[in-house]
Design a protein around this ligand. Structure first.
Ligand code: ADP
Ligand code: MG
Length: 333
């Protein structure tokens, strides 16, 4: 009896802001074989910590295990082994507190077609015990651009609107952590911007945001930290900037006045590749740790070429993502 009271107290005692909003240790998930399908290892010993207050991207190709990861946190999928904590609460032993700390926008569009957006948010607020005076139904509908659809049945909403309604639904209990699984798939660009403005503002106010997205540019622009998973394995996790620096790959494009048929041999050298692009431009792909830009410019001068334009390109998340998943696939082939 005492034990169960103690247990309950632990469950309800708020933990003062933990360093990790989400902490996952050795998390594995194997889907059992069913309907003639063999069993499937969707997550393989993933350990990951998502700092409180961060804007965190979980990236990976289709089938990598992103939704499995998120659905375990949401309590929709049972883990096979390992531990997961949300805001310091164990997702199994302290399920209620863990659930209250998190708002999840699932990838699947699962909405009751006979509810209006306003009703849906009110029901959800009721489920979480949000008192009338604390409800923010209109503010949230406005933020996701659905104020004028507040009284339309969900079944009459477009795909993009339904997705935004799911975001709204995840927000009603003002969770400390907002998780979005491919939230902008099928949402047009203007509304995507509007959605990100809102989520960014929430993040500024302290909400930790975890998102999966196919738009790597989006992740690069928004997220301060990135984890990449491939075939259920974590293959990278670091600050976005650090990961990109580690790539050690840049491109210098020099346009010259003289018509060229191929890249001059005198320009070939150690630590970079040179190719001729249309428009009389030379592309130097180089490793900043091995070659200095000045050295390349010197060679161009010595070749008696007149520079008319010059640009540099940093590697982006897309390059990193492709490189890492390719290497990992080769290793596990
Ligand atoms: N309910 C399920 N039953 C069996 N296999 C599943 C189930 N859900 C996902 N999978 C498999 O697990 C792997 C990871 O899927 P998922 O987590 O949805 O990846 P992602 O979200 O990164 O695309 C895939 O191979 C997928 O086919
Ligand atoms: Mg998914």
């Amino acid at each position: 009896m005492t034990a169960s009271i103690a247990q309950k107290r632990t469950d309800d005692t708020p933990i003062s802001a933990p360093d990790s909003a989400i902490e996952v240790k050795n998390l594995s998930k194997t889907y059992k074989s069913a309907f003639g399908q063999p069993e499937k290892i969707a997550l393989d010993n993933v350990s990951l910590s998502i700092p409180r207050g961060s804007f965190f991207a979980l990236l990976g190709p289709n089938g990598a295990g992103k939704s499995t990861f998120i659905n375990i946190l949401a309590g929709l999928v049972m883990k096979t082994s390992g531990d997961a904590k949300i805001w310091g609460y164990d997702i199994e032993d302290q399920m209620r507190a863990a659930r209250r700390a998190i708002g999840i926008v699932p990838q699947e569009l699962n909405l009751d077609p006979f509810f209006t957006p306003r009703e849906l948010l009110e029901v959800q607020a009721g489920l979480y015990g949000v008192p009338q005076s604390m409800r923010r139904t209109d503010e949230i509908l406005d933020a996701v651009g659905l104020a004028d659809k507040a009284k339309s049945y969900a079944r009459t909403l477009s795909g993009g609107m339904r997705r935004r309604l799911l975001v709204a639904k995840a927000m009603v209990h003002s969770p400390k952590i907002l998780v979005l699984d491919e939230p902008t798939a099928g949402v047009d660009i203007e509304l995507r911007m509007q959605l990100w403005d809102y989520v960014r503002e929430l993040n500024r106010m302290g909400t930790t945001v975890l998102l999966t997205t196919h738009y790597l540019e989006e992740a690069e622009e928004l997220c301060d930290k990135v984890a990449i998973i491939n075939k259920g394995n974590l293959i990278a996790c670091d600050e976005t900037k650090t990961l990109l620096n580690k790539m050690d790959a840049k491109e210098l494009i020099i346009t010259v006045a003289e018509p060229l048929e191929k890249a001059p041999d005198s320009l070939r050298g150690f630590g970079y590749n040179v190719t001729l692009l249309p428009g009389n431009s030379l592309s130097f792909q180089y490793s900043p740790s091995k070659v200095e830009i000045a050295k390349i410019l010197e060679l161009v001068n010595e070749a008696k070429l007149t520079i008319t334009d010059l640009t540099t390109k940093e590697s982006d998340l897309e390059d990193l993502f492709l490189r890492l998943t390719r290497e990992d696939n080769a290793q596990h082939a």
